[in-house]
Design a protein. Structure first.
Length: 121
């Protein structure tokens, strides 16, 4: 499994301000299994490039990508753009909480109209 993280302490917290920092774990696809990017923390302009890199890495192993966004605490337009870019070239499934700011942001952006969106049970 490839791992992409920003500097911080062992728990993934920023040593400067205590905010949860972005972390991206990539699980390559195998055969019929989609590649998975598990994202956590805040995905914003500072971390969106690494998020895009994780999605690209996942896409290199499978035409289907699952982005698990259940541990994402914040995302801005840069994160949404990275998801639109991935959806343009690959079948993208997003795993999101049933309600909350991430789910709302995806709906406002219209991303839920072009990708598969699932909520964990």
């Amino acid at each position: 499994m490839a791992e992409h993280t920003v500097p911080g302490d062992a728990a993934g917290h920023s040593t400067a301000d205590g905010d949860l920092q972005a972390r991206f774990d990539v699980v390559p696809g195998t055969g019929q299994q989609a590649a998975t990017v598990r994202a956590s923390g805040d995905i914003d302009l500072a971390s969106a490039t690494r998020f895009q890199a994780a999605l690209t890495e996942a896409a290199a192993t499978s035409s289907q990508i699952t982005a698990d966004m259940t541990a994402v605490t914040y995302c801005d337009s840069a994160a949404i753009n990275a998801l639109f870019t991935a959806a343009k070239h690959h079948h993208l499934t997003l795993v999101v909480p049933e309600t909350g700011p991430i789910t709302t942001m995806l709906k406002i952006a219209g991303l839920d109209q072009i990708v598969t969106v699932v909520t964990p049970h």
